[in-house]
Write a protein that binds this ligand. Structure first.
Ligand code: NAD
Length: 418
């Protein structure tokens, strides 16, 4: 890889372009007459039409193609709690990726609160004009409650990218990695290092995909989660999502981290730099698969993991092979949800997107250094969008009940691939 200082370049770009997104009109204004149509007096008729029938908002405003990105900046990238204002460059970047890869208008709205009720109320109140809600960079367990409540209380799709987006991209990688290693994901022995937003959501999605939770060991900074651990009562009261995952997992009641690696097929780490030791990989089953996704530095470097015998290694970084990247999922996922006018998206939507990403990547050709497609592969996005829209239609969430080909062509057109 070229030695490029991306941080320095990002500061220079930010100074030069003064942010990454802007609002542009959809039509050209040529005369006073045009002003009178887009604004008063003409616009009043449009408002009246929506006031009479609110479904008209989907046809007469930008709502059909607009998602709000909400964060409180409490867990931004690997930077921790840097607050809503400092999160803005990240949210602007997310918004740019939405437009570039999914053709979606995504409006960054960082908000200043660490109170769950207040956060939920703000989102509920502003969601009235949104086509969908994207939650981003919110700490756990706050994020679990916010997602659960908003999914139940809103009639537009709600997605938390650090939970479901990460899980979907990882699942796609796992589907193809296990194929290459001749393993069956559903019966494989899996160790998950880190029990935060990413891995708790992935654990639930893996279970819904068909993985036996008893074959999975979840661990945090104190080691594996098991029923008789001395902090279980505290866990139950402050983080029921982690507690419930603990109850379902670790069928053999393993209490020690190195022991959990014995004969394991797959390690999925979303935790912290240095959390995996080379010695632990040496006791794994043959063809070990290691997903070391802490950002910016993985739990173990691919070089060290390979030296210890790893067959496939993935990270969250673009300068190593097999990057697990949420951007492969979220722009297209919302493209499909918006085009089918889905009222809901959930973990099964994430699974549909993951399966399509894995399938598309396999069609293009996979090997141990290329388990999933790259972000530059633009043909991928209409494929995922149409799979998501088809899933919404099949599961009764969609208002626009067309076939997969219709959604594929529509996504291609909006993304600008025609
Ligand atoms: P989180 O703060 O919600 O959870 C982190 C978990 O890691 C906690 O359960 C903590 O106890 C555990 N942990 C910390 N040190 C540990 C250690 N030494 N051994 C075992 N467990 C340890 O964070 P998250 O949102 O789940 O993200 C975790 C990491 O994954 C971050 O570095 C984040 O940037 C990265 N991440 C990467 C991607 C990606 O590349 N696609 C996506 C999401 C998150």
């Amino acid at each position: 890889m070229e030695d490029i200082d991306y941080g320095k370049l990002a500061i220079e770009y930010s100074k030069k372009y003064k942010g990454k997104i802007q609002i542009k009109p959809t039509l050209k204004i040529n005369s006073m007459k045009d002003f009178s149509i887009v604004y008063t007096p003409g616009v009043a008729e449009v408002s009246k039409a929506i006031n009479l029938d609110e479904r008209m908002s989907w046809d007469l405003t930008w709502r059909w193609n607009t998602v709000f990105i909400l964060t409180n900046g409490t867990r931004v990238l690997g930077l921790g709690d840097i607050g809503p204002l400092a999160s803005l460059p990240v949210m602007e970047g997310k918004s740019l990726i939405y437009k570039e890869l999914g053709g979606v208008n995504a409006v960054p709205i960082p908000i200043q609160t660490k109170n769950v009720d207040e956060f939920v109320n703000v989102v509920k109140n502003i969601a009235v004009t949104a086509g969908g809600i994207h939650l981003e960079d919110i700490e756990s367990p706050f994020c679990f409650e916010v997602l659960e409540r908003l999914q139940n209380e809103l009639s537009v799709p709600v997605w938390h990218d650090d939970q479901q987006g990460t899980a979907a991209a990882t699942l796609a990688g796992l589907i193809n990695a296990t194929k290459l290693a001749d393993k069956d994901l559903k019966t494989a022995k899996i160790v998950m290092i880190g029990a935060g937003a990413a891995n708790i959501s992935l654990f639930n999605i893996l279970e819904k995909f068909g993985v036996n939770p008893k074959n999975v060991i979840l661990g945090d900074s104190k080691g594996p989660l098991y029923e008789s651990r001395d902090d279980v009562e505290v866990m139950k009261s402050i983080n029921r999502w982690k507690y419930e995952a603990m109850k379902k997992s670790n069928g053999d009641d393993i209490k020690e981290i190195k022991k959990s690696f014995e004969n394991a097929d797959i390690i999925i780490a979303f935790s912290r730099e240095g959390a995996i030791k080379e010695d632990w990989i040496k006791v794994m089953n043959k063809k070990p698969i290691i997903f070391a996704n802490a950002n910016p530095n993985p739990e173990i470097t691919p070089e060290k993991a390979k030296k210890a015998g790893a067959y496939i290694v993935s990270t969250g970084r673009s300068d190593y092979p097999n990057q697990i990247n949420n951007s492969l999922i979220f722009p297209a996922l919302f493209r499909g949800a918006l085009d089918s006018r889905a009222k809901r998206i959930d973990d099964f939507t994430a699974i549909s997107a993951a399966i399509e990403l894995a399938k598309y990547s396999a069609e293009k050709g996979i090997d141990t250094e290329h388990i999933i497609a790259s972000m530059e592969d633009k043909e991928l996005y209409p494929r995922i969008a149409s799979a998501v829209a088809e899933d919404s239609v099949k599961r009764g969430f969609a208002e626009i009940k067309e076939g997969k080909e219709y959604f594929y062509n529509k996504a291609k057109e909006i993304i600008g691939l025609n």
